[in-house]
Design a protein around this ligand. Structure first.
Ligand code: ADP
Ligand code: MG
Length: 777
């Protein structure tokens, strides 16, 4: 109805309010703050803190469901048409949005064991398989299911057996199918039971991974994906495939997560928790606005996955869930505003005809191939049988053109017969060989062995055929063919009942649409229809109208004020986050500038690349991409022909054949430097160097009268044994010591070496000198 251009339709938005729960009832007599006009599809919200005179807020939607609504009603009226479209080859999305505890999971899944309370997803299973069982027999279907969740901006496969430990999945984009999850498990389902099993497995994986299920489910988005492929012969005689993709989404709780006062990693985490949800809000705003060209789909995983569902090739239903409790007024109002905005989104759904990636096509090809193979095998056996029997058969071997079940059965029977006959024949021949007396024992053995082998071959061939048959049957059973009763409770009566229910749902929907239109027209045409008999009457009528319009004006003013307030609040929050992030950034810069060497920084910078798919900066691998297959660096030229890089020295040594240990080893033989290291005071360092170069002997050198304290280190080869010996420690002698020494030496010389020449005078002189010395001492 609201379509702007051909082929486009708006997102359907329905609102559901759950009953007051026991705790809320006991809280006070205030009752709910949500009223609903089912006939008009309106929600009237009362502000519990406002005065009675303040006008109530009214929102209009495609349908509203109050506390007494049944799961079935919501399904038949609002979801059934969507699933029908998906079965016809459209993309369809249904997502539940609302505060935690308002009934998103109840709406999507409900209570499985109670047929009355089963939610959208189990009802959709029922619907899909019932539809298939009732469709014409020339249709073939393939149904697949996947289940994933987005938690802290990571996509996790809930059907992966190692869900808990597996890496987060990546999103990819292809021009044909749009955005998809790489390596996501998808299970082919043949019946309601199988697809329910898939759902259960996923739900269990979800619960296992979570420490606190309530918190986990209020912070994660769960997406159940169903792909229905249908092949049907077209007017051109060829089979055409239509693919409908269904996204059934249970979103995280929409309440604001408090993120005041958190820092560092906790801040990042807090920012991630509802990043997807706030991004969804931004996408919806951008789309509803219609003015801004840029839609920020890329801001989060969720919005990327739902890109087609919001403003793209899909039919979309949004179920906004509300709680009636007064204390959640703010949240309820936000949800209603959000939902109201989503109504304006325009989608362009179209049937997905013959997409390249249809799995059904692959299945059909594979089945045809297996069938041909099987037929060939059986035909071969049959031919052989004919040879064995030596009689001509009436029919030609053109089974493949006839290709019908009867022929197949016949061929199969013949093949089995052939095997039996062959076995019997071989047995007989073996018997004959054993009985033959003219044959040598050796010859007998050989012939018997040969027959044995032939029998083995025969059995092997039979086994292979059986395997092929099993594979073929397994594949074929996955394809669901219309017209076959795969559901036991489908009788005519039930069918009629469902049709009637559907009709009623259809009627009430169109009635509501009409009512809504009438309401709009009423207001517009009010003045046109009125004719005034007197001036007084006209004044009255216009005053009344003025009052009405004034009230409306007040409403809108209040709305503007509210929206402004909300805007300011969210801006403040964003600014705060920005401040914190800026601070963090400055801190990181500080570290980089002051503690990381520039060349290291440059190395890292050069390796950085931006991955637009992941929306992240990434390091390029150290190994260049071209040699990625080997994951090895190229061999350096110095190592060609050798086990490892080798030095020039070692190569020369090898060439000279000097030492076996150089062979292919990079060992250099170095003579140990026997020079004792020396230490000296700094001002003498140049001298010390000169000394060091010359002093090969181990004795302390006494150069230019300078005595140095020195320690000598000696390296003992080959054990690298370090032996340090402190040789001596000299200090300059004082003047007195020199004089004393001089006297002693003179005394000794005079006394011992020249006594023969000495006369007494000299002797006296020596005594005198000794005396002097004594005095000096
Ligand atoms: P959400 O998934 O939004 O956090 P739930 O679906 O878990 O909320 O619902 C919270 C509780 O309210 C559940 O116990 C559920 O049974 C109950 N509930 C929700 N919606 C309804 C409804 N329409 N009728 C009856 N009970 C409901
Ligand atoms: Mg939930």
């Amino acid at each position: 109805v609201m379509s702007k251009n051909k082929g486009s339709e708006s997102v359907k938005v329905v609102v559901r309010c759950r009953p007051l729960n026991r705790k809320e009832e006991s809280n006070g007599p205030a009752g709910g703050i949500v009223q609903m006009d089912l006939r008009l599809g309106q929600v009237i919200l009362r502000n519990p803190r406002a005065s009675a005179s303040e006008p109530q807020k009214t929102f209009t939607f495609d349908a509203v469901y109050d506390a007494s609504s049944k799961q079935r009603d919501l399904y038949d009226e609002s979801v059934r048409p969507l699933i029908d479209s998906a079965l016809a080859g459209f993309n369809g999305t249904i997502f539940a949005y609302g505060q935690t505890g308002t009934g998103k999971t109840y709406t999507m899944q409900g209570v499985w064991l109670d047929p009355e309370k089963r939610g959208v997803i189990p009802n959709a299973f029922d619907h899909i398989f019932t539809h298939i069982s009732r469709s014409q027999s020339d249709k073939q279907y393939l149904v697949r299911a996947s289940y994933l969740e987005i938690y802290r901006e990571e996509v996790r496969d809930l059907l992966d057996p190692n869900h808990g430990t597996a890496r987060a999945l990546e999103l990819r984009e292809s021009p044909d199918t749009g955005v998809y999850v790489r390596d996501l498990t998808s299970c082919v389902c043949k019946s309601i039971k199988e697809i329910e099993e898939v759902m259960n497995v996923g739900n269990q994986a979800r619960a296992v991974g979570a420490t606190d299920m309530n918190e986990h489910s209020s912070r994660s988005h769960a997406l159940f994906l169903i792909t229905v492929e249908c092949s049907q012969p077209g007017p051109d005689g060829r089979k055409h495939i239509r693919v409908g993709r269904l996204n059934l989404v249970d979103l995280a709780g929409s309440e604001r997560q408090a993120k005041t006062g958190v820092q560092g990693d906790r801040l990042k985490e807090a920012a991630k928790i509802n990043l997807s949800l706030s991004a969804l809000g931004n996408v919806i705003s951008a789309l509803a606005d219609g003015r801004s060209g840029h839609v920020p789909y890329r801001d989060s995983k969720l919005t990327r996955l739902l890109q087609d569902s919001l403003g793209g090739n899909a039919k979309t239903v949004m179920v906004a869930t509300l709680g009636p409790a007064p204390q959640h007024y703010e949240e309820t109002l936000t949800t209603l505003r959000y939902a109201n905005r989503a109504k304006n989104i325009q989608n362009q759904p179209r049937v997905n005809e013959d997409p390249k990636d249809a799995l059904l096509r692959e299945f059909q090809r594979e089945i045809a191939r297996l069938r041909a193979q099987l037929n060939h095998r059986k035909w071969r056996s049959k031919q052989k049988k004919e040879q064995v029997e030596g009689e001509g058969w009436e029919r030609d071997g053109d089974e493949e053109t006839e290709g019908e079940d009867e022929v197949e059965v016949e061929v199969e029977k013949e093949a089995q017969e052939y095997v039996k006959l062959e076995e019997q024949r071989l047995e007989r021949e073996k018997e004959a060989i054993r009985e033959d007396q003219f044959l040598l024992a050796e010859e007998k053995q050989r012939l018997l062995g040969e027959k044995e082998r032939m029998m083995g071959d025969l059995r092997k061939e039979q086994e292979a055929t059986e395997q092929l048959t099993a594979k073929y049957k397994a594949m074929e059973s996955k394809l669901l063919v219309g017209g076959k009763n795969i559901i036991d409770h489908t009788n005519e009566q039930q069918k009629m009942l469902e049709m009637k229910r559907q009709e009623i749902a259809e009627q009430s929907r169109s009635e509501r649409e009409m009512q809504q239109q009438m309401l709009v027209q009423d207001e517009e045409t009010l003045e046109l229809r009125e004719t005034f008999t007197s001036l007084q009457q006209e004044v009255e009528a216009k005053t009344k109208k003025l009052k009405k319009l004034y009230a409306k004006l007040q409403c809108i003013k209040a709305e503007i004020q509210d929206v402004n307030d909300e805007h300011v609040r969210s801006r403040q929050e964003l600014e705060q986050t920005q401040n914190e992030l800026t601070r963090e950034l400055k801190f990181k810069y500080l570290i980089i500038e002051n503690f990381i060497p520039p060349e290291e920084k440059n190395k890292i910078m050069n390796r950085l690349t931006f991955d637009p798919e992941e929306d992240q900066w990434k390091f390029q691998p150290l190994v260049p991409a071209e040699s990625k297959s080997s994951q090895m660096k190229k061999r350096p030229t110095s190592a060609v022909g050798y086990k490892r890089p080798i030095s020039q020295y070692a190569r020369v040594a090898i060439a000279m054949g000097a030492h076996s240990r150089y062979r292919a080893e990079n060992i250099m033989f170095l003579e140990l430097d026997m020079t004792p290291p020396n230490t000296s005071s700094l001002d003498r360092s140049t001298e010390a160097e000169q000394n060091q170069s010359r002093s090969v002997d181990n004795s302390p050198t006494k150069d230019r009268g300078v005595r140095k304290s020195r320690s000598c280190a000696r390296l003992y080869s080959p054990s690298s044994y370090l032996h340090i010996s402190l040789r001596s420690k000299y200090e300059p002698l004082s003047l007195i010591e020199i004089v004393v020494l001089f006297y002693i030496v003179t005394f000794i010389v005079v006394t011992f070496f020249v006594p023969t020449f000495l006369n007494s005078g000299l002797k006296h002189c020596v005594v005198f000198m000794s005396f002097n010395l004594l005095i000096c001492l």
